[in-house]
Ligand binder design. Structure first.
Ligand code: SF4
Length: 420
């Protein structure tokens, strides 16, 4: 029996390679400082590909914040930030970064070194912009921000065209900005290579996700929660593509052999929101109720190329225009109407029994509209939903006993529905 066929092997063997890939990312950052290569902080949702295309080494403080939480270091940094006057309710990624940077913590503990410049965008949230503004001023480095208007249900085509142009103009300005700050020239050949790698990386991730439609589901959050990091730290590089391909092949083998990530799959769940990075083991608890999460909008969202209007041809021939359109159609910026529709479609396609919605106490974009979403999914589509309250990086905001009890009762409801 090969390893992939053993009953207890819940995480894909290939996912173990993630540590190496992320290790290489951190080494590349160290190397950049040694070589004097320009570095940049970037927020999630920003066009990190453009940094790689200009030979700038990206650093994602959100990524460092999650690593910090996974090592149980985030609470200390959050409290340091609160001592500096930042409120209890502010984003815990931001506060982890503030505390870690002011403590001179290493990158793998939550810190992020002073970069040549910073790149932010308000595509996901305004905190990103304010966060980098605060840190850029403290560190005395230039900060470029990309403003992305939000598309809502009554945005008309004329406005849409205007938004696209508005974002494209900023992306062209960003190239000028980088040329000035780094002295690097824009290289079309390099940009094409990065674009191709970014596209390929996302496509394999989407293929992995499609395999999760299978019953039993071959991939659990043990593979996806961590597996998403290369998507937003390394879009444009070749290495993570190989890793994702290995993950895909192994998962496909499981599908072909009828093996699931969970031995007795009874309930298929969707998890909306950011996981609790300081307590990922919490999600293993679901297994005791034969439940498995088969879809997370959060980890899927970073596969970026999901807008059917943005074809491969467009991405390759007009990368800036394609990027502008993609920045407006990210999973996390959907208006409520689109969000409800996408959730209902996903529940059907991935054969989901119930939805867990994480009301994240320090993240407004994640929590806003959650109760409306729940009401519509339950009333209009008869989809069982449960809202649980916690925080992605601040362990003080998770009441584990309470949330466990809530989930247990929810599973009971799902069990009764199945028996009907
Ligand atoms: S508020 Fe939410 S979306 Fe914004 S940086 Fe924090 S976690 Fe991310």
């Amino acid at each position: 029996m090969s390893k992939v066929e053993t009953k207890h092997n819940k995480m894909l063997n290939a996912t173990q390679g993630l540590k190496n890939i992320m290790g290489r990312h951190f080494l590349a950052i160290e190397q950049a400082y040694r070589d004097g290569k320009p570095t940049a902080w970037a927020t999630s949702g920003s066009p990190v590909e453009m940094l790689y295309a200009m030979d700038v080494q990206p650093m994602l403080p959100e990524n460092s914040a999650t690593v910090s939480a996974a090592q149980k270091l985030s609470q200390n940094f959050i409290e340091i930030a609160e001592e500096q006057g930042y409120s209890y309710d502010l984003c815990s990624y931001f506060k982890t970064n503030v505390g870690a940077v002011s403590s001179n913590a290493g990158m793998t503990e939550g810190g992020t070194r002073k970069p040549r410049f910073m790149l932010s965008t308000d595509v996901i949230c305004d905190t990103h912009v304010n966060w980098f503004q605060v840190q850029a001023e403290k560190m005395n480095v230039p900060h470029f921000t990309i403003d992305v208007p939000h598309v809502v249900s009554n945005t008309n085509n004329r406005q849409l065209q205007y938004f696209k142009k508005y974002i494209s103009e900023q992306l062209y300005e960003f190239i000028d900005f980088m040329q000035e700050v780094t002295g690097h020239e824009y290289n079309e050949e390099k940009a094409r290579e990065v674009t191709e790698n970014s596209w390929n990386l996302s496509m394999v991730w989407q293929d992995i996700y499609k395999l999760r439609k299978e019953v039993p589901c071959p991939i659990s959050t043990r593979d996806t929660f961590g597996g998403l990091f290369p998507l937003f730290t390394m879009p444009g590089l070749k290495e993570p593509i190989k890793l994702y391909k290995r993950m895909y092949r192994e998962a496909k083998q499981r599908v072909d052999s009828g093996i699931g990530a969970l031995q007795n799959e009874e309930f298929r769940l969707m998890f909306e929101g950011i996981p609790f990075w300081y307590h990922l083991k919490f999600f293993s608890k679901l297994e005791q109720w034969n439940s498995i999460i088969v879809y997370e909008p959060y980890t899927y969202a970073f596969s970026k190329y999901m807008n059917p209007n943005v074809t491969k041809e467009m991405v390759f021939s007009k990368p800036i225009e394609a990027m502008s359109e993609l920045m407006m159609s990210f999973w996390y910026v959907y208006d409520l109407e689109t969000r409800i529709k996408k959730f209902a479609e996903t529940v059907e396609e991935w054969k989901i029994d119930g939805v867990l919605l994480h009301e994240n106490l320090s993240c407004r974009p994640n929590s806003c509209g959650l109760y409306d979403l729940k009401k519509h999914l339950m009333d209009d589509f008869d989809i069982p939903c449960l809202v649980i309250t916690a925080d992605m990086n601040d362990p003080r905001k998770l009441n584990e006993i309470q949330v466990t009890n809530q989930i247990e009762s929810f599973i009971e409801i799902l069990r009764k529905r199945k028996k009907k």
